[in-house]
Design a protein around this ligand. Sequence first.
Ligand code: HPA
Length: 270
Amino acid sequence: MYDKIMESVDYIKGKVSIKPKIAIILGSGLGDLVNSVKNAQDIPYENIPNFPISTVKGHEGKLVFGNINGVEVLLMQGRFHYYEGYTMKEVTYPIYVMKQLGVEKIIVTNACGGINKSFEPGTLMLINDFINLFGDNPLIGVNDERLGTRFPDMSEPYKIELINKAKKIADKLEIKYGEGVYAGFMGPYYETAAEIVMIGKHGADAVGMSTVPETIVANYLGMDVLGIACITNMATGIQKVKHSHERVVETAKKASADLCRWVVRIIEEI
Ligand code: HPA
């Protein structure tokens, strides 16, 4: 895997000259941040050697390099989901590449369902921990010590220092936010009501189908992670209406303006 990563990295280095230390993974409906990028240089995933191949037709998948208010950034527009049939190693492959490109901090965003009843659709939640319910994880298999340790610590998957900075910035910008634990479910079905009762009792405030694999690998590689989840709907059994992907994306798009304002300032200050 190491050689494959380096091959991807060499290709990207041949295309872009900037060396961002911050990467942002954009969740469903939260792609507006790309509009704030100056001198943007796109690299479609399909052009990068060894990158996973997209299974979804018309699904935008690209890395965007550029700067936001003078800070060099790398945006990942379109992520790989476990439910699409990718292995955990494929889902997290871009994180390994980011690390070798020199990225030190990752901001992970997503659209998810709210379990904590103090939330409502549109709430932005700072993720302070995760529960891995994928029944799998990306670190299974032979460990390459050049990348990270066999038994990584996971006691601070989301860096407290970054969470505290994000809170201060949100207060300054008058952005309302929640905070809580994100449970990662493999999907692609929206959970059953009984599953939501179970994971709610076990400490989850929100549930979604991504983010956990990327967070695990970023920690394994020694990167700092900040997670911001957009609550696009209340989870099954809490909201009275049935789920709809269209509504999820629509709500995420509405929340995207605040998320962009917030992330732009976070990028400037971390
Ligand atoms: N469950 C899982 N994933 C989601 C949800 C949800 O309710 N909403 C958006 N992504």
